[in-house]
Write a protein that binds this ligand. Structure first.
Ligand code: NDP
Length: 285
């Protein structure tokens, strides 16, 4: 029987620390850390994420601004808003909720955000810094996974770590973070041969593929730490992960549930990055 990693509890404890640090920051500097979130169009999932980001800011005491732009917003209008926020002293973190409507170039928007305010860590300058291990911000979801692993007390050093998924926002940075903690890391993807053979080697298995209940108990080593990043909607509307919890839980030593595992950590790590950005900005003055 695995111990369930409670993402809500870990997230709440990080947020409590952030609230205290925010109060201290305000006393020292006379202003609050500030996060600006831009959303273009009315994708329902994006709206929920943006509302949760706004709520998260209120919870820890940050200044927050949300720009809800119509779907027909032009690239020039969006880039002009990013430029304005780059120059705004009240704003330390800028996030443009993805995906953008098709006529807008996501890469151009990411490149336009000042890397010092890029709290999603999507700008190539920040991606490069993660590669060399000299980073200001960690991408939010992989950083949340690292907090969850740390909460188990399991030392990553020397462990076989398998990451399933190689996206730029989860799989690749996740592998780098595990490597930096001295894991022996394998990255799997849709062309990996004999996936189950590789996943069965994992002491720490992180799954981010976007396929409901894909990893089954026979693919998991006895005693493994299993982290499920996936968020998929079943036909009945229920949220489920990439890991088949029922068959994997009896084999794992620790496992994250979906919902209530990785999900609650992502916005918390965004809030952490915003405080880091505000502190760096205050120090540079
Ligand atoms: P992407 O679609 O960008 O990447 C999926 C990756 O999974 C790709 O690298 C793909 O391989 C790999 N993959 C797909 N099918 C298989 C397979 N059968 N075997 C092995 N690998 C496979 O997804 P994301 O990384 O953005 O997201 C992954 C999941 O995590 C989604 O469910 C998403 O909703 C969730 N997510 C959750 C977050 C949270 O806050 N909890 C945040 C971000 C994502 P290839 O490269 O070869 O195509």
């Amino acid at each position: 029987m695995a111990k369930i990693i409670d993402g809500k509890a870990v997230s709440a404890s990080v947020r409590a620390e952030l609230k205290t640090e925010c109060e201290k920051f305000y006393l020292e500097n006379g202003y609050k850390p500030g996060l600006a979130v831009i959303i273009v169009g009315d994708d329902p999932a994006s709206k929920v994420y943006v509302n949760n980001k706004e709520k998260g800011c209120a919870e820890v005491g940050y200044h927050s601004e949300v720009y809800r732009l119509p779907a027909e917003t032009t690239e020039a209008e969006l880039l002009s808003l990013v430029d304005k926020l780059n120059k705004d002293d009240k704003i330390h973190g800028i996030l443009c909720q993805l995906p953008l409507p098709k006529h807008l170039d996501e890469t151009k928007v990411i490149l336009a955000i000042d890397p010092k305010k890029d709290v999603d860590a999507f700008h190539p300058e920040n991606v490069g810094k993660i590669m060399i291990g000299n980073y200001s911000f960690l991408p939010c979801t992989p950083a949340g996974v690292m907090e969850l692993i740390s909460s188990t007390g399991v030392d990553i050093t020397g462990k076989e770590c398998v990451v399933v998924g190689r996206s730029n926002i989860v799989g690749k940075p996740q592998a780098m973070l595990l490597l930096q903690k001295n894991g022996t890391v394998t990255i799997c993807h849709s062309r990996t041969k004999n996936l189950a053979e590789v996943t069965r080697r994992a002491d720490i298995l992180v799954v981010a593929i976007g396929k409901a209940d894909f990893i089954t108990g026979d693919m998991v080593k006895e005693g493994a730490v299993v982290i499920d990043v996936g968020m998929n909607r079943r036909a009945d509307g229920k949220l489920t992960g990439d890991v088949d919890f029922a068959s994997c839980e009896p084999k794992a030593s620790f496992i994250t549930p979906v919902p209530g595992g990785v999900g609650p950590m992502t916005i918390t790590m965004l809030l952490k990055n915003t405080l880091t950005a505000a502190k760096a900005s205050a120090e540079s003055k």
